[in-house]
Write a new protein. Structure first.
Ligand code: AMP
Length: 425
């Protein structure tokens, strides 16, 4: 099915084609006609399914058909993280570039001045995280009395991240007569209750992420001592085939230490995690996307919502302690028809995590036995001392740097749209 069949107007069709999309994803096929019919929507879908375009395209169309438009915010999209907010705003920019519809994004952790200036210039579509939105509403910069469409994105994550009270406060301030689109990957009871209150006779769309995503990715496992992980990483990065690598650590501290060592070895890298400023995170992400950085080291929370089409390698420097997080992490590679490679480092302390992951994915991750840092205890084979020492001498990493690795936070499963993705944002 082509986008044209969904009765999308020419300026949006042209923009969608410019993004390289040819076929609407299943959620787009289902949701676009329903939103255009002005129905409330309950969407069970994760990031990676094309859900942003599933609401952004019909919203842009509805607004375009109202031209010339009265001033005021007509659409509010509430999303839990800054990264997601920025990506949604970028989607409105991309799909709406021939519509003249004005959009902006607001989020916390940065000065509000640019955001309030944009609001003063006039905005049709506002993308926001809950805290900053409430703040600017209280300060009188934002009025929502002209609101027609409210999108609640990643509702279950709002709950997980402790934003649900802010969300409810915002909802209480919205006009009662409106169209509401509600997206959540899972439906725990509290989220179901919220959906029941928010939606009127909603149409339901549900898409399960392609189960085969993980199978398309070449996975491998290195048994390695906790202390040897940096050396192993440096060793693997000698391979020029690793064009880009997203490296996951469990802790912010761990991410900084990995970057420090990589930089000592002149590997272009940066860390993104919650202690970094918003500007530093965005800067690192765009440097990674444009190839200035070869390695991006991230914690699971900071990596939420990050979407990189050309990522060749995902490296689990630390094994995640929630098995679904493994699927989510490795699903970042192998997108848009590219080959994806996922490499995991497991120390003896991570045996249980590894067992749970293999149980979840229903397969044993192939082990690479031939490497200079083979860990005796897990493989029953003693490490090849000679080569091991030679490698250490070659890399001279500061071994003490990696002594403290505490456990970190969990995450959801989020899988990519897989081979059908063609975007390159
Ligand atoms: P989302 O689930 O909204 O985060 O979208 C995931 C990714 O899929 C984004 O990188 C989009 O650029 C891409 N995408 C969305 N719709 C399509 C489509 N119809 N064809 C190919 N890629 C798409």
């Amino acid at each position: 099915m082509a986008f044209k069949k969904l009765e999308i107007i020419e300026p949006i069709l042209k923009a969608v084609a410019a993004e390289g999309y040819t076929i609407p994803t299943p959620i787009q096929q289902q949701a676009i006609p329903l939103v255009l019919q002005r129905k409330d929507l309950l969407g069970c879908a994760q990031t990676g399914t094309g859900k942003t375009a599933a609401f952004a395209i019909p919203i842009l169309q509805i607004l375009h058909e109202q031209k010339p438009m009265a001033p005021g915010i007509k659409v509010l999209i509430l999303t839990p993280t800054r990264e997601l907010a920025i990506q949604i705003d970028e989607s409105f920019a991309a799909y709406g570039k021939y519509t003249g519809i004005r959009h902006t994004v607001i989020f916390g952790g940065v000065s509000q001045l640019n955001q309030t200036n944009a609001l003063k210039r006039g905005v049709d579509v506002l993308v926001a995280t809950p805290g900053r939105l409430l703040d600017l509403m209280t300060q009188g910069y934002i009025r929502l009395d002209k609101l027609q469409i409210f999108v609640l994105d990643e509702a279950d994550r709002m709950l997980d991240m402790g934003f649900i009270h802010d969300v409810k406060k915002i909802i209480a301030k919205l006009p009662a007569k409106r169209q509401t689109l509600f997206f959540s990957a899972t439906m725990p009871p509290e989220i179901q209750k919220l959906a029941n209150v928010l939606l009127t006779h909603p149409a339901k769309v549900e898409v399960t992420p392609p189960a085969t995503t993980v199978d398309k990715i070449v996975q491998s496992l290195y048994h390695v001592g906790k202390m040897e992980k940096p050396q192993l990483l440096l060793h693997l990065l000698q391979d020029k085939a690793i064009v880009t690598a997203l490296v996951f650590t469990r802790t912010k501290h761990g991410a900084d230490k990995v970057v420090k060592i990589l930089q000592q070895h002149h590997i272009r890298s940066a860390a993104i995690h919650g202690n970094k400023s918003q500007n530093a995170r965005q800067g690192a992400l765009s440097d990674f996307k444009n190839g200035t950085l070869r390695v991006l080291v991230a914690t699971d929370i900071a990596a939420r919502g990050i979407d990189i089409d050309e990522l060749t390698h995902v490296i689990n420097f630390d094994m995640p302690n929630i098995p679904e997080t493994y699927v989510h992490r490795i699903g970042r590679t192998g997108r848009a028809g590219n080959t994806g490679i996922a490499i995991s480092f497991a120390s003896i302390e991570e045996r249980e995590e590894l067992r749970d992951i293999q149980k979840l994915i229903g397969k044993t991750i192939p082990v690479i036995h031939e490497h200079p840092f083979v860990m005796g205890a897990m493989t029953a084979a003693p490490p090849p001392v000679q080569r091991h020492r030679q490698q250490q001498a070659a890399f001279k990493p500061r071994r003490n740097d990696f002594q403290s690795q505490s456990s970190g936070s969990g995450n959801h499963v989020r899988r990519g749209y897989g081979a059908q993705r063609g975007g390159n944002r």
